[in-house]
Design a protein around this ligand. Structure first.
Ligand code: FES
Length: 125
């Protein structure tokens, strides 16, 4: 599923979308450093579920982190969504991205990790 174009991304400015269904909000962002799972020439474009793994609150993106306003868990966008503060015992679910270099289009092709509220990984066609 196409979720954006790398030419439209600006470092630090998150892009919101839903994947793989309307009940699954996600955020894609271009970071200022190489990132685990990052795409692009600098390997710095990543995307994650926007639902906190702790209790499903919406996450906000700020300074290369995803921050939960409910109980203040924080997740590192450059390190696979690793939890480094707060109550979440799970890392943030990260999307598998593919870049079509010729067009610049970015496609989501799956999710690593369990999205909050799901009892199994999301089926992706
Ligand atoms: S819901 Fe995010 S830390 Fe509790």
């Amino acid at each position: 599923m196409k979720i954006g174009n790398i030419r439209d991304l600006k470092a630090g400015e998150p892009l919101q979308f839903n994947y793989p269904d309307e009940a699954s909000p996600c955020t894609m962002v271009m970071l200022n450093r190489e990132s685990i799972g990052g795409i692009g020439s600098a390997k710095n474009v990543v995307a994650f579920s926007s639902l906190c793994p702790h209790m499903g609150c919406p996450l906000n993106y700020s300074n290369e982190r995803f921050v939960c306003g409910c109980h203040y868990s924080m997740f590192d966008a450059a390190k696979n969504g690793q939890t480094y503060q707060g109550l979440s015992s799970q890392w943030l679910a990260q999307l598998v991205l593919r870049l079509d270099v010729a067009s610049g289009n970015i496609y989501a092709e799956g999710i690593e990790g369990l999205v909050y509220g799901r009892i199994s990984n999301l089926k992706v066609s």
